[in-house]
Write a protein that binds this ligand. Structure first.
Ligand SMILES: [Zn+2]
Length: 315
């Protein structure tokens, strides 16, 4: 990296910084290979660098590799500077960025922008395996697109995927002063809700829920505190306001930015919102670096993303 250039702190600085292709390449290379390039085919550290094409050639197996290889950027013809600026925008915009904004802002097709967005969301999926503990709020909600604005046939398709209601059910668990976890669930029955809780929350934790029947039967495993919303919303520390605040953030972002979200893709939008929420105390630069550090080993093919037949022009 060029020593005379400060690493960016804002979007405009990021755009300027990464507009130099060598700076962008050096950034990616030093992030991926702090000890120097390694061949993804044979792990050899012997290479020559073809500077005109910005490609490495392995001296072991003679194969060529790029800095994008093995990351969410693999096989993408979109230049590094656009990728990095898109990551900056998506990691840091509080309300989410639509593929239309990426398409216009970066001058790529909307289809490319859509794919790029989803791949970045894939990198934003946080992979903590520790269970939540301390004081945990659990709550579920319905999330639906604006069906009334949709063409009838499209609306029918959407309804088929969500068990008739036209809305998806999302479960969330929030550790107070900690992280939130979300999951799109098939049903709102007790078995499903309790399975999510058991999978994500440490036994013995003080667990706050509303009085919904689906949460009954947890008191042998958790210190289960119930707030009955028919009577009150807060009783001392017993409430689910943290989780409800998170739902309103998600719904505002979905309603304001995305024209509609297919239930099939909803979990990726949730991952994006969850990421920003969980890392809200970091600054823009730190969030950007965190996404960049999560790019490796998360290649997502177009076929896998669209489920082959599910390709739709979606915001
Ligand atoms: Zn090699």
């Amino acid at each position: 990296m060029k020593a005379n250039k400060e690493f960016p702190e804002t979007l405009i600085q990021a755009v300027r910084f990464f507009s130099d292709p060598d700076v962008a390449l050096n950034f990616m290379a030093s992030l991926r290979w702090p000890e120097g390039p390694i061949c993804p085919e044979c792990n050899s550290k012997e290479y020559s660098f073809l500077s005109t094409r910005r490609v490495w050639k392995c001296k072991g197996c003679q194969k060529q590799y790029t800095v994008k290889r093995g990351t969410i950027m693999e096989d993408s013809p979109i230049p590094l500077d656009k990728w990095l600026c898109a990551i900056w925008m998506i990691a840091n915009d509080k309300n989410g960025i639509s593929s239309y904004e990426i398409h216009r802002g970066l001058g790529i097709t909307q289809k490319s922008a859509w794919f790029l967005l989803h791949r970045i969301r894939h990198a934003m999926k946080t992979g903590s395996f520790d269970k939540l503990s301390g004081q945990v709020e659990a709550d579920e909600t319905f999330i639906g697109g604006k069906s009334r604005n949709m063409h009838f046939r499209k609306r029918q398709k959407k309804i088929t995927g969500t068990g008739g209601s036209g809305k998806a059910i999302v479960m969330g668990m929030l550790e107070r002063d900690g992280e939130v976890r979300t999951a799109v669930i098939e049903s709102r029955d007790g078995e499903t809700l309790k399975a999510e809780i058991r999978e994500n929350v440490e036994p013995g934790t003080e667990l706050m829920t509303d009085a919904f029947v689906g949460y009954q039967g947890l008191s042998s495993e958790y210190v289960h505190q119930v707030i009955n919303h028919a009577i009150e919303y807060v009783r001392g520390r017993i409430h689910t306001n943290g989780m409800e605040n998170f739902w309103s953030l998600v719904k505002r972002a979905l309603g304001g930015t995305y024209i509609s979200v297919m239930p099939f893709h909803l979990f990726r939008y949730l991952d994006e919102q969850t990421f920003r929420f969980n890392y809200r105390k970091l600054n823009d630069r730190e969030r950007f670096l965190l996404v960049c550090a999560s790019m490796e080993g998360k290649r997502l093919s177009y076929d896998k993303l669209v489920g082959k037949t599910l390709m739709r022009a979606e915001a």
